[in-house]
Design a protein around this ligand. Structure first.
Ligand code: NDP
Length: 312
């Protein structure tokens, strides 16, 4: 099979990937975008998005990603619904292989493979996803204002998100599986100081209750074995995220949690011509709008790199 050449190859189809595609297309880079196995990314498992500027009445996540995609298509992005299975960043031109063994040589690569929330793995969690089950308090907490919610986790994210939820919800139940939290002391102190957060120590989640929406959660004390039903209408999972970066191991610098390391304030990775954007390199903000912003940065960085190299 012949080898395809491109000036710009984008991997990932969340807000970062599509924004990079819009900018790269409008800069005449004729980008090729590979969507990966979850076209549209994490927003496709979200319901209403109310915090993305420009949508005053909110929009549902999958529709928003359809809009992003159509905007990229309008400017000529070549979108392909396939996975990349291997990369080779050893030379000046970057080699990319698809799962059907198609080989592409790219002058620049923009990585926007995102991250995936870790889930408990309960069937009820899957069933009630976006129907009261969420992995993002900042995105969805507002829908539960004045209501009772539960959140599972014991790290900085769980501490931060339970504090965030406590400001709008009537009551927050924090479900901690051990008798201590791993969150930093200062964040734990904030949790302890909030009067409407009740911490349930040594507690696991047995089942999330409800058919079409969350109506409660059955929790279990791991020491006594006692179960209890909490009357919550929202259930937040904050047990960590996993960046989708396995493909780049051995090529790109990553932190201890496998997030790609980019030059501060820029999208450059440690390999010339390879740029990273969105949640694959951001474990702090993780918002659609910040991902989109970094996708724009990556496309501008790629365009300038190509100009400096005399390729465009
Ligand atoms: P972490 O990996 O730090 O913590 C995950 C937590 O989830 C752990 O406490 C773990 O429990 C718990 N957990 C895992 N699996 C289960 C399960 N099946 N059931 C119940 N609980 C479970 O992830 P975070 O998202 O909290 O943080 C990721 C990184 O981001 C960290 O480095 C953190 O410091 C950083 N961060 C920093 C923030 C800030 O500085 N403002 C804000 C948010 C995150 P156990 O402890 O028992 O293993």
């Amino acid at each position: 099979m012949s080898i395809e050449q491109t000036k710009c190859l984008i991997i990932g189809s969340g807000p970062a990937g599509y924004t990079a595609a819009i900018y790269a297309s409008r800069a005449n880079l004729s980008p090729i975008l590979y969507t990966g196995k979850e076209p549209g990314g994490q927003l496709t498992i979200t319901n209403d998005v109310e915090n993305y500027p420009g949508y005053p009445d909110g929009i549902i996540g999958p529709q928003m990603m359809e809009d992003f995609k159509n905007q990229a298509l309008k400017f000529g992005t070549d979108i392909r619904y396939e996975m990349i299975s291997k990369v080779d960043f050893s030379g000046g031109v970057h080699k990319i292989y698809t799962e059907t063994d198609h080989e592409i040589h790219a002058d620049t690569v923009i990585i926007a493979t995102g991250a995936s929330a870790r889930w408990l793995g309960l069937e009820s969690e899957q069933k009630l996803m976006s129907k009261g089950v969420s992995a993002c308090a900042v995105c969805d907490g507002f829908f539960f204002r004045g209501q009772e919610v539960a959140i599972v986790g014991a790290g900085d994210t769980a501490a931060e998100e339970s504090t965030y939820l406590s400001k709008m919800c009537k009551k927050v139940h924090l479900l901690v599986r051990r008798d201590e939290m791993r969150a930093s002391k200062i964040m734990q102190d904030r949790v302890l100081a909030a009067e409407n957060i009740e911490i349930h120590w040594n507690t696991t989640t047995d089942e999330i209750l409800g058919e079409d929406k969350v109506e409660g959660v059955r929790i279990k004390n791991t020491i006594t074995g006692a179960t209890e039903i909490l009357p919550v209408s929202g259930f937040f999972v904050a047990i960590g995220h996993k960046p989708n970066t396995e493909l780049f191991e051995g090529w790109l610098d990553m932190d201890e949690n496998k997030y790609l390391i980019t030059k501060p304030g820029r999208s450059f990775t440690n390999i010339e011509g390879v740029f990273a954007a969105g949640d694959a390199q951001d474990h702090i903000y993780r918002q659609a709008v910040t991902a989109a912003g970094s996708g724009c940065m990556a496309a501008l960085d790629a365009e300038r790199y190509l100009a400096e190299k005399g390729i465009i």
